[in-house]
Design a protein around this ligand. Sequence first.
Ligand SMILES: N[C@@H](CCC(=O)N[C@@H](CS)C(=O)NCC(=O)O)C(=O)O
Length: 342
Amino acid sequence: MVAALNPVPSLILRPFSYRRRPKRTFSVRATSGSSSSDSPEGTTTSVKAKEEGGKVGDGSGTFAVPPNFKPPEPKTFGVRPDKTGDIFGASLALFFRLGTGVFVDGYSATFIPKNEFPPNEYALEVSGYKVKEASKLGPRPEKPIDIYEFEGCPFCRKVREIVSVLDIDVLFYPCPRNGPNFRPKVAEMGGKQQFPYMVDPNTGVSMYESDDIIKYLVGKYGNGNVPLMLSLGLFTTLTAGLALIGRSGKGTSYSPSKLPPKPLEIWAYEGSPFCKYVREVLVQLELPHLQRSCARGSPKRQILYDETGRFQAPYLEDPNTGVKMFESAEIVEYLLATYAIQ
Ligand SMILES: N[C@@H](CCC(=O)N[C@@H](CS)C(=O)NCC(=O)O)C(=O)O
């Protein structure tokens, strides 16, 4: 059977309110035959999933929580001892990219004595002080931007950095090498397999070329200025490439997986090594995921705080199983147990 995955972000992700969570509105239909093109507003997000062991993208929605699954206790800035090398490798990116993707545009921080800080408000705590963080956001996209890319690609990294800097939410369609679903979809939409590829369902604009995507996004959803570290041409691309060496190609090639009917949701940002470690596996398994970008200074940190009683990234919400969890190492184990074809 050939199945069609029809994520229709335009239906579900109506205006992002930073107080109220948008309703998840992806619908997937399993059909035999060609992919559907009847998504409202003409967005080209339907995908013809290729069969792989009869399991890829069957749209059945029968994904179960792994046996004995228990969400782990969150440990902010804690590294599980067996993951020290992985997190260290992922942290090297911060050095090469001078922290680009850690802070939202126009970031500022105010130190307030702990006892003067309002309760129930998110803040980083630093030796007796609460750090109130803020940023300056541009116009907000009503619907998340679709980006087709893969983790181990320097050009894609540049675009992921600007996404975090602008604090915009993105529906990522992973395109690892040999990925059966979204690589062919990009060729179908744009004419060639080149990554990153962006589709903005708010304007109907779609494009290749990382520098063009960056300029488009800062023009539309920022203050029009490309941050210095993303404006240095070859130097930017070289350092974005060096940022990947600590993970030696992780998140580049496809591992056989079951394609779920609904995109996963991940609270994450490019500057976090813990998030990077998780995204590598989301990409490797070709799992579409809606990133709720939440770099330092993002007002969305308060939303997660209100929902869970804390802020910590990454945080995974899987609408296919109902699982919600913190902790990068356990998130990776969960993803492999639920979606990898062994
Ligand atoms: N043990 C956690 C650590 C995650 C973590 O500490 N993430 C940082 C971002 S790199 C965070 O959320 N810090 C809290 C904050 O920024 O307020 C994991 O492996 O996921």
